[in-house]
Design a protein around this ligand. Sequence first.
Ligand SMILES: C[S@@+](CC[C@H](N)C(=O)[O-])C[C@H]1O[C@@H](n2cnc3c(N)ncnc32)[C@H](O)[C@@H]1O
Length: 200
Amino acid sequence: MTDQSEHYFTAEPASDDERRPLRVRLAGRDVEVEVAAGVFSPGGVDKGTQVLLREVPAPPSGDLLDLGCGWGPLALTMALESPHATVWAVDVNTRALDLVRRNAERLGLAGVRAVTPDAVPDDVAFAAIWSNPPIRVGKQVLHDMLRRWLPRLGRDAAAWLVVQKNLGSDSLARWIDAELGLRTAREGSSKGFRVLHVVR
Ligand SMILES: C[S@@+](CC[C@H](N)C(=O)[O-])C[C@H]1O[C@@H](n2cnc3c(N)ncnc32)[C@H](O)[C@@H]1O
């Protein structure tokens, strides 16, 4: 049985880990992935994630970060578009990480590393960060998460975040600039979502 009250950011979801195939379009390709209850948006690519994928430029090579990867739509897209990159798919939800590993393997994407936050080596700087961050964890956790990862952007690198407008995208942009000393531009908005472009 699926526990509908379970949060998608639970470390070890208690709901049945029944895997389901899902056909989606990523990086212009129709692919089949595996999803499960207890992870974010198991019914398809989330609307906000779709908005981000429409706005974001193709990723460079080097080390790339999908912060809060879920079952992996952003990490898999990065790896499909930049096959020589190392794509760090980070999440606290171990079921999500297992799905990303299996989905990367299915698609032959050897550069994907699906790991918990502490497993990313400290000396890795990211050439790009893409994220549909977990707003519902609360402001404190969200801010701690961004404080931890955004300063790890390399030189000339950019982060691309998608945030629902009515969940505070504009105040989050101001917080990033004021607290982290970065520069955030509002790159576009669609269907109630705002895409934020963050640089040093
Ligand atoms: C809104 S979902 C986006 C998932 C996926 N990127 C997508 O677009 O479908 C945010 C993800 O962040 C994860 N998350 C929550 N807290 C986190 C943390 N402290 N560090 C990393 N990921 C976290 C959640 O488990 C969830 O999978």
